[in-house]
Design a protein around this ligand. Structure first.
Ligand code: NDP
Length: 252
């Protein structure tokens, strides 16, 4: 059918731009009801209006996921407005690459706060939703956005790569506990995607490195990743695509 995700309740973090925005839109297009989480309310409102105009269902929940209390409040709001979530796309992340010797410790901390603590806050708030959905016989998915940086050795990526390595390995361990409860746990590990991600880099050399790559090859678009996440959620309930790498064809 055209609506393989009908009846699903999805939550997308980092949904105000890039991969999260595209994925929220795609999931709604495939029939899921979608709660979109991020800090920029105006961007979320625009996305929700577009989904609703297309006949879909989406609700905006402005939240900073680095706050545990705020994420728990968001989870209660999802349950009140859409029902318990059965598809969690744990996607918010920040990449601030720089040489370690620059000691940009504030930027190290921002990456750890979002890519580790923020990711754990989402897991803590929504795992009860996922296990409840699975017990009720529904498909249940926890899909997190890691990166090829989780395994590759890339100069100046140390702290960012560390956070993504944490997320990828965490996911393998969560599968051991949640898989037997019929909750699918997965990471998607993209290569270069054309989003706002490099805009936050303050180190000029590191910023140029990313801009050069984007200009030299035909990089992924957010919609490419969105389509893949939707596929991971739409396969039969007994099938778990666990670690999906998606690269631009021309990226080595
Ligand atoms: P974007 O910068 O476009 O998206 C990041 C999203 O995270 C935004 O919606 C942003 O919204 C949200 N966000 C940032 N801080 C917070 C916060 N404290 N609380 C809630 N939401 C927050 O980049 P991408 O779409 O590229 O990034 C999405 C994920 O993909 C990240 O985890 C990134 O590491 C990963 N990734 C990206 C790759 C790429 O090449 N682009 C490659 C591999 C992985 P707001 O500012 O409104 O809060």
């Amino acid at each position: 059918t055209g609506t393989p995700l009908a009846g699903r309740v999805a939550v997308v973090s980092g949904a105000s731009s890039g991969i999260g925005a595209a994925t929220a839109t795609r999931l709604a297009g495939l029939g899921a009801k979608v709660a979109v989480l991020a800090r920029r309310k105006d961007k979320l409102d625009t996305l929700v209006a577009a989904v609703n105009d297309d006949g879909g269902t989406a609700v905006a929940i402005p939240v900073d996921v680095t706050s545990r209390d705020a994420v728990h409040a968001a989870a209660r709001e999802v349950e009140d407005r859409l029902g318990a979530a059965d598809l969690v796309f744990n996607n918010a992340g920040v990449q601030l690459i720089s040489p370690i010797t620059d000691l940009r410790q504030d930027e190290w901390q921002r990456q750890i706060d979002l890519n580790v603590t923020g990711v754990m806050n989402v897991i803590g708030a929504f795992v009860p939703h996922l296990t409840a959905a699975a017990s009720a016989g529904k498909p249940a998915d926890l899909i997190s956005t890691s990166s090829i940086a989780a395994t590759r050795i890339l100069e100046k990526f140390s702290v960012y790569s560390g956070t993504k390595a944490y997320l990828s390995h965490l996911t393998r361990l969560l599968r051991v506990e949640l898989g037997p409860k019929n909750v699918r746990v997965a990471t998607i590990e993209p290569g270069m995607v054309d989003t706002e991600l490099p805009d936050h880099v303050t180190d000029p050399d590191a910023g140029r490195l990313m801009a050069d790559l984007i200009s030299q090859i035909d990089v992924l678009q957010s919609a490419d990743v969105a389509e893949t996440v939707a596929f991971m959620a739409a396969v039969p309930r007994h099938v778990n695509l666990t670690e999906v790498t998606i690269l631009p064809t021309a990226q080595p």
